[in-house]
Design a protein around this ligand. Structure first.
Ligand code: F6R
Length: 634
C-alpha cells in the first residue's frame, strides 16, 4: 500500500471532509499529539488559566498516556495546572470496579503524574438513578465554569460512537445517561468476562459537549476501525454515525495509523481522487475491483468498462483492455496453489512458494490458540500432508478468553475422572470459582488452569488437521500472563523468547498474523514482538532463505487484489477445518457477533473462505469451494 500521508488541513483527496494525518505506525503519531498537549500545558503555566483537557479511555489512548507519563518522568512535564474531564463512565458501576473508567484513568495516567486529585473529573457511575440527570447538568456547568474544554481527546467505536454517543445521538446532545449499543457491548465483553456482565448504560458527554471543545483530536489504530472511519471522514454527517458530526468542527484532526486509514478512497480507489502512479499492484487493484463491481469476469472487461468507471487513464497507459485483462488474470491465477509449502520438482517461476527445499521447516505463530486454524486450518492440513516439518507456536496461553463455566466444567470432569479423589489443582479451582465475583481477576492458578484448557483444545484441533502434538509449542509470553486486555505491555523478555524459538527452528516459512491489528490487542502486540524478534534475527543465515506469510484471523480477510497465495480447500477439507475450529470448545459463542443473529466462530471463518473463493470465481478463475489466503510480508 502506498504511504500517502496528508498533514492536518491539506486537501489531498477532496472527498475527505476533515483534516486527516496518517502515519504507518501509531507510535509516530503519538509523539506529535503528546508534543501538542505538552506545549498547551506549558502555555497554560504562563497564562492565568488552567489547561482544560477532555480525556478518553479504551485501548486507543493508552500509548498516548504512556508517552505523557514518560514526558512527566523524564522531561519534567507537570500537570499541576491541568484540569481534566473524562468523556464517560459505565452506569451503574462502582469507581473501584476493575473495568470502571475511574479505575482505568488512575491505572493508566493519574497515578503516574502530578495532577492534583481535585482537578480530575469523571462522570459518576454510582449516582442514584433519580439524581443522574442533575449530576449530568452539574458536569456540563463545571466544564463551562472553566471556560470550556481546550483540547478533547477522542477514540472512535465501531458503531461510530464518540464518547458513548451511540448511533442516534444528536449533534447538540449534552452529558446524559445513554443505553449502550449491542456492538459496543460485544466489544467490551472480553473486559467484563462476558457480554452479560457489561453494564447496560453509560453516562457520557454529549456530541454537543465535544463539539464545543476548542480543539478536538481523534485517534484510531488498526483495521477494525477502517470502515467506520471512511464513513465518518467522507460521508455526509448523519445521526447514525455520531463521529461524522465532527466534520462541522473548525479545529478537529483525525490521526490514524495506516491500517485505520486503509478504507479511505485515497487508498482504496486513488484513481478517483488524483493521478496515481500505475504500478502493477495498483493496476491489479483497480482491475479486480472493476470486475467485481460491474459483475464481469476479468477476461470480458472492455475498454468501455474502464472508461465508464473512472479508469480511462489506466487503459490509456496500460491498455488495451484485452492486454491488461490477461496480465491481471495471469497474476491472480498465479496466486492459486494447492502446495503452500512449494511444489516439489516443479517450475516455481510463477508459484507463490519455492519448490526447494521440497521439505520445509514451517513455523506457524498463533497469537492465541485458534487463530491458526481459523485462518489456515486447510493450509495446515496440506502442509502436514506434504510432509513438511511443522512447528505451531502459541504465543500466549489464551487463558483470559476462557469463561469460568468452561473452567468449572473441566475441573469437575477431572475430579470425576479421578473417581472422587480429584487433583489438588482442580479442587482449588472449584473452590475459587465458588466465591469468585464476576469482575474479580483470576488467580494465577486459575489462569494457569484455563491455559491448560486452551492447550488441550489446541492440540486436539491440530490433530484434526493432521499435525501431531509433538509439533506444538506453547510460549506463554509474559506480556499476556502478567497483563489484562487493553493493558498489555510487551518487553524484551517477550522478544527474546520468540527470538530463541526462531533461531531454534530456523524456518523456511513463517505464518504470522496481527500486522494491522490494534497495537494494544493480543494480535497487534504479538506481531510487534514478532517483528522485533525477526529484525534481531536478521543477521542469521536462515533469514535470507525465509518467506514470511501473513494470515488474518480477526474476521477481516485479505481482499482479492491483495492476495499473494491462495490455497483452495475442497468441501472435505473445509469440513475438517470446521471440526478443527469447533474443537476449541471454550471459544464457542464468544466471537464478536456483528449482528443480532447468533453466528458461531467456525461458521464465520468458513464463510470468509467461501467468500474469497466466490470472488475468484466472479473474476473468472476456477470455482473452488473455499480459499484460504496469505500476503507475503517484506
Ligand atoms: C472511551 C470512549 C469510547 C472509546 C471507543 C474506542 O472513553 O469514549 O468512545 O474511545 O469505544 O474504544 P477503543 O479505544 O478501546 O477501541
Amino acid at each position: 500500500m502506498s504511504n500517502l500521508i496528508s498533514e492536518g488541513a491539506s486537501q489531498t483527496s477532496g472527498v475527505e471532509r476533515v483534516p486527516v494525518v496518517i502515519r504507518d505506525q501509531a507510535q509516530e503519531i503519538i509523539a506529535s499529539i503528546a508534543e501538542e498537549i505538552g506545549q498547551a500545558v506549558k502555555q497554560s503555566e504562563t497564562a492565568d488559566k488552567p489547561l482544560v483537557l477532555g480525556l478518553a479511555t479504551g485501548s486507543t489512548p493508552v500509548p498516548l498516556y504512556r508517552e505523557l507519563i514518560r514526558r512527566h518522568r523524564e522531561e519534567g512535564l507537570s500537570f499541576k495546572n491541568v484540569v481534566t474531564f473524562n468523556l464517560d463512565e459505565y452506569y451503574p458501576l462502582s469507581p473501584d470496579h476493575p473495568e470502571s473508567y475511574h479505575r482505568f484513568m488512575r491505572d493508566q495516567l493519574f497515578d503516574h503524574i502530578d495532577i492534583p486529585k481535585d482537578q480530575i473529573n469523571i462522570p459518576s457511575g454510582t449516582a442514584k438513578r433519580e439524581e443522574v440527570h442533575e449530576a449530568c447538568r452539574a458536569y456540563e456547568e463545571k466544564i463551562a465554569s472553566y471556560g470550556g474544554l481546550d483540547i478533547q481527546i477522542l477514540g472512535i467505536g465501531r458503531t461510530g460512537h464518540i464518547g458513548f454517543n451511540e448511533p442516534g445521538s444528536g449533534p447538540r446532545s449534552k452529558t446524559r445517561l445513554v443505553t449502550l449499543d449491542r456492538l459496543t457491548k460485544v466489544d467490551a465483553a472480553r473486559d467484563f468476562h462476558g457480554e452479560h456482565n457489561v453494564p447496560r448504560y453509560a453516562v457520557t458527554m454529549g456530541v454537543g459537549t465535544i463539539m464545543a471543545a476548542k480543539r478536538v483530536i481523534l485517534m484510531a489504530w488498526g483495521r477494525s476501525k477502517a470502515t467506520v472511519l471512511r464513513d465518518a471522514i467522507e460521508a455526509e454527517p448523519v445521526e447514525s454515525l455520531p463521529a461524522s458530526f465532527l466534520q462541522a468542527h473548525d479545529n478537529v484532526c483525525f490521526f490514524l495509523d495506516q491500517a485505520a486509514a486503509s478504507e479511505l478512497t485515497r487508498f482504496r480507489q486513488p484513481w478517483l481522487v488524483g493521478f496515481p502512479e500505475w504500478d502493477n499492484k495498483l493496476a491489479r487493484q483497480a482491475v479486480t475491483e472493476l470486475s467485481l463491481k460491474i459483475g464481469k469476469p476479468l477476461l470480458k472487461l472492455l475498454d468501455k468498462d474502464y472508461q465508464e468507471n473512472g479508469l480511462s487513464e489506466l487503459i490509456t497507459e496500460q491498455g488495451p483492455a484485452y492486454d491488461l485483462n490477461i496480465r491481471v488474470f495471469n497474476e491472480v491465477q498465479h496466486t492459486i496453489t494447492g502446495w503452500p509449502g512449494g511444489k516439489p520438482n516443479a517450475d516455481d517461476t510463477h508459484r507463490p512458494e519455492r519448490a526447494v527445499p521440497a521439505k520445509k521447516r514451517v513455523l506457524v505463530l498463533s497469537p492465541e490458540p485458534q487463530d491458526d486454524v481459523l485462518a489456515m486450518g486447510g493450509t495446515l492440513s496440506r502442509l502436514a500432508q506434504g510432509g513438511h516439518e511443522i512447528t505451531v507456536a502459541y504465543l500466549t496461553s489464551g487463558s483470559l478468553g476462557v469463561p469460568d463455566e468452561e473452567a468449572r466444567w473441566a475441573a469437575e470432569l477431572m475430579i470425576e475422572a479421578e473417581e472422587g479423589i480429584g487433583s489438588k489443582l482442580a479442587k482449588q479451582v472449584l473452590a475459587e470459582l465458588k466465591t469468585k465475583g464476576e469482575s474479580d481477576n483470576d488467580s494465577v492458578q486459575l489462569r494457569q488452569f484455563k491455559g491448560y484448557i486452551r492447550r488441550n483444545e489446541a492440540r486436539s484441533s491440530l490433530q484434526a488437521c493432521g499435525v501431531p502434538s509433538k509439533c506444538v509449542t506453547f510460549l506463554d509470553l509474559p506480556f499476556y500472563e502478567e497483563g489484562r486486555y487493553r493493558r498489555f505491555k510487551a518487553g524484551d523478555t517477550d522478544r527474546d523468547l520468540l527470538l530463541k524459538l526462531l533461531n531454534e527452528v530456523q524456518p523456511h516459512q513463517i505464518f504470522v498474523t496481527g500486522e494491522a491489528g490494534d497495537p494494544s490487542s493480543v494480535q497487534g502486540i504479538s506481531f510487534s514482538v514478532f517483528s522485533e524478534a525477526y529484525n534481531q534475527a536478521r543477521q542469521n543465515v536462515w533469514v535470507s532463505d525465509c518467506y514470511v506469510w501473513l494470515y488474518r484471523s480477526d474476521g477481516r480477510e485479505w481482499e482479492s487484489h491483495q492476495i499473494e497465495m491462495a490455497v483452495p480447500c475442497s468441501p472435505d477439507e473445509l469440513r475438517t477445518k470446521a471440526q478443527a475450529i469447533y474443537l476449541h470448545r471454550s471459544q464457542r459463542s464468544q466471537v464478536p457477533i456483528l449482528d443480532e443473529e447468533k453466528t458461531e466462530v467456525w461458521e464465520l471463518a468458513l464463510e470468509r473462505n467461501r467468500t474469497t473463493a466466490n470472488n475468484y470465481d466472479k473474476l473468472g478463475l476456477a470455482e473452488y469451494e473455499a480459499i484460504e489466503c496469505f500476503v507475503r510480508w517484506s
